[in-house]
Design a protein around this ligand. Structure first.
Ligand code: 13P
Ligand code: SF4
Length: 302
C-alpha cells in the first residue's frame, strides 16, 4: 500500500483543489476502490449517484459508457474519463444502423438497451436497463416481446426468468463470455460447500451451473446477506478483492477474468486526469436528449 501512498495523497489534494469527486465501478483495483473513490457501485448505482453529484467535476473511474451516462444525467458537470481507450466489447458490438434495422424487422416491438452502449445507441432506444434492473424493466413494459440489445447472454438469462420473448443481437462481454460450465464444476470439486455467484453477462449454461446470478452490487449484497462460508464470484477479478476486503470472515475462491478496459484506470491515470482536466466527455445535444430519455425512463422504473 505504501507504494500507492504518494498518488493517493496527491489525488485527495487534487479533488479538493478542483472540486471533484471520483465515481468508481466495482471492478476498480483495491487501491482505487478503497484508496481514492468517493462513491462506488454497480452501473445502476453509479448512474443514480451521478444525478445528485454537487461537485463541479466527476472523474469516472470506469469505462466510456459510464462516463457518458454520468454526463447525460448531470449535464452541467465536467465529466472526466482518465483513459479514452476504456471501451467495452458490448458497446462496440452494435451500430445505430443495426438498431434501426432491428426496429424495421420487428415493427412495434420496444427496444430495451443495456447501459453498456454508446449514447448514440441509447438514443435509438425506448428504454435502458442494467444487469441490476433488467427484469423489472422488461416486466414494466407489459408486452409479450422485446428487442433486447446488445448482450445476447444477458437477454437470454433475463428472458429465462419471464414469459417475455426476446429478440437479441450477437454482442457479448469479452470478460464474462470466457467462463464455461466446466469452470464451475471444477470449482465445486476443488472447494466443497462453495456458493457460486455469476454475473448475468455470462453465457446461460454458466448461469445454470451457479447458485445465484446478479449484478456486481447484487453479488455483494448476497455475500453480506447470506454470509456463505466460501464463495466464488464468476466475474471480473477486482470484484472478489473488493468484496473480500469488507468480508474477512468469508473464504473467496478466486476464478476470474480481467477487463482490460476497466484496468486502464490506474492511480497515475486518475491523477493525470485531475491535473490536466482530461479527458472531458462531450455529447451532441440531439443525441444526448434522446439518450437521456431512455435512461430516465429506466430510472423511473427502477
Ligand atoms: P454491473 O456492475 O452493473 O453488474 O456491470 C458489470 C459490468 O460488466 C460493467 O461493465
Ligand atoms: Fe464491458 Fe465486460 Fe469490461 Fe464490463 S467487464 S466493461 S461489460 S468488457
Amino acid at each position: 500500500w505504501a507504494t500507492f501512498a504518494d498518488d493517493i495523497d496527491a489525488i485527495h489534494a487534487l479533488k479538493r483543489e478542483h472540486d471533484a469527486v471520483i465515481l468508481a465501478h466495482n471492478y476498480m483495483t483495491p487501491e482505487v476502490f478503497h484508496g481514492v473513490a468517493d462513491i462506488v457501485g454497480d452501473s445502476l448505482a453509479l448512474a443514480r449517484e451521478a444525478q445528485t453529484v454537487e461537485a463541479g467535476t466527476i472523474v469516472l473511474a470506469g469505462v466510456h459508457f459510464m462516463a457518458e451516462t454520468a454526463k447525460l444525467l448531470n449535464p452541467g458537470k465536467r465529466v472526466l474519463l482518465p483513459d479514452l481507450r476504456s471501451g467495452c466489447s458490448l458497446a462496440e458490438s452494435i451500430t445505430p444502423e443495426q438498431v434501426r434495422e432491428l426496429r424495421a424487422q420487428h415493427p412495434g416491438v420496444p427496444v430495451v438497451t443495456y447501459v453498456n452502449t454508446s449514447a448514440a445507441i441509447k438514443a435509438e432506444s425506448d428504454i435502458c436497463c442494467t444487469s441490476g434492473n433488467a427484469l423489472a424493466v422488461l416486466e414494466s413494459l407489459g408486452v409479450p416481446e422485446v428487442i433486447m440489445i446488445p448482450d445476447q447472454y444477458l437477454a437470454r438469462n433475463i428472458a429465462a426468468q419471464t414469459g417475455i420473448r426476446v429478440i437479441t443481437h450477437p454482442g457479448a462481454c469479452e470478460v464474462h463470455e470466457r467462463f464455461t460450465p466446466l469452470d464451475i464444476v471444477g470449482i465445486r470439486q476443488g472447494h466443497p460447500g462453495v456458493q457460486v455467484l455469476a454475473h448475468p453477462e455470462c453465457p446461460p449454461d454458466v448461469v445454470a451451473e451457479a447458485d445465484f446470478a446478479g449484478s456486481t452490487a447484487q453479488m455483494q449484497a448476497y455475500v453480506e446477506r447470506e454470509r456463505p462460508e466460501r464463495v466464488a464470484l464468476i466475474t471480473e477479478c477486482s470484484m472478489s478483492d473488493n468484496v473480500a476486503a469488507a468480508n474477512p470472515d468469508v473464504d473467496f475462491v478466486r476464478p476470474c477474468n480481467l477487463c482490460p478496459h476497466m484496468k486502464r484506470n490506474t492511480l497515475s491515470a486518475i491523477r493525470a486526469a485531475l491535473e490536466q482536466g482530461r479527458h472531458e466527455i462531450t455529447l451532441d445535444p440531439a443525441t444526448a436528449r434522446d439518450a437521456r430519455r431512455a435512461i430516465e425512463r429506466m430510472l423511473e422504473v427502477a
